[in-house]
Design a protein around this ligand. Structure first.
Ligand code: APR
Length: 224
């Protein structure tokens, strides 16, 4: 089976009702990134940061995977699929995808501020005073701006073995995630899906549609 690597971003969850970051009325129009999604913001006002992620975690209970998430899961019958997602939601899992790398962490996980290996599943509000077994405050298991991306090495390894590389729903403005395309082998076919133009080479086939509207095009390209 051919290796298919799929880099997803907030755009694939947009049709499930989860705001993207940089579209009109996106999350970063309503919040200051540095206040709620950076290590400095956490040090300055941890309660504000916890509230931001509590709201997003609560929303997960109200939304469902959309047809695009399910289509990516179905691709596992035809390809050896690995999803490398920048999304912290659990919609790829809930749609049935089995190999997922969360580059920027997961909303439904928290970890000790003292020991980053002490990670817990957490689906409700996280408050100041919620401690891990090491008696240290718990924080969202999210990669904040200014922090390293622990899964980047495994993501590069996967991207470097791609026969097919799909980019769905990301503005490719955040590094190092956006640099993954540089590790894709020369022989690989690269296809992007986004209703807006992307900063990509002309030779990359761009389907200017939403994730769900692109499914028929992708089925034709993959002959499935
Ligand atoms: N289908 C496909 N793509 C869509 C759709 C849709 N229905 N709606 C919007 N898009 C596209 C937008 O055109 C845009 O290119 O999705 C992209 C979303 O871009 P961003 O909002 O920048 O989200 P993303 O690329 O995932 O951001 C990367 O930035 O803030 C950080 O950590 C955060 O993981 C996030 C990272």
């Amino acid at each position: 089976m051919k290796n298919m690597v799929i880099l997803t971003g907030a755009g694939i969850s947009a049709e499930s009702g989860i705001s993207t970051f940089r579209d009109a009325n996106g999350l970063w129009e309503n919040y200051d990134i540095m206040e709620v999604a950076s290590i400095e913001g956490w040090k300055t006002n941890p309660s504000l940061v916890l509230d931001f992620y509590n709201q997003r975690r609560a929303q997960l209970k109200e939304v469902m995977p959309n047809k695009a998430h399910y289509f990516l899961a179905e691709l596992e019958t035809n390809f050896n699929v690995t999803i490398i997602t920048q999304n912290v939601d659990n919609l790829h899992e809930r749609a049935g995808s089995t190999k997922i790398i969360h580059l920027h962490g997961e909303l439904n996980k928290v970890r000790s501020v003292k020991n980053e290996n002490l990670i817990y599943t957490w689906e409700d509000d996280l408050m100041m005073g919620d401690f891990g077994e090491d008696q240290a405050q718990l924080r969202p298991h999210i990669v904040w701006f200014g922090e390293m991306v622990p899964e980047m090495e495994s993501a590069i390894d996967i991207a470097s073995q791609a026969d097919l590389f799909l980019i769905i729903g990301t503005s490719l403005q955040v590094y190092p995630a956006a640099s993954l395309i540089d590790y894709v082998p020369k022989h690989a076919q690269i296809i992007s899906v986004d209703p807006n133009p992307l900063p990509l080479d002309q030779h990359i086939y761009h389907i200017r549609k939403s994730a769900t509207q692109s499914i028929s095009d992708l089925k034709e390209i993959f002959k499935i």
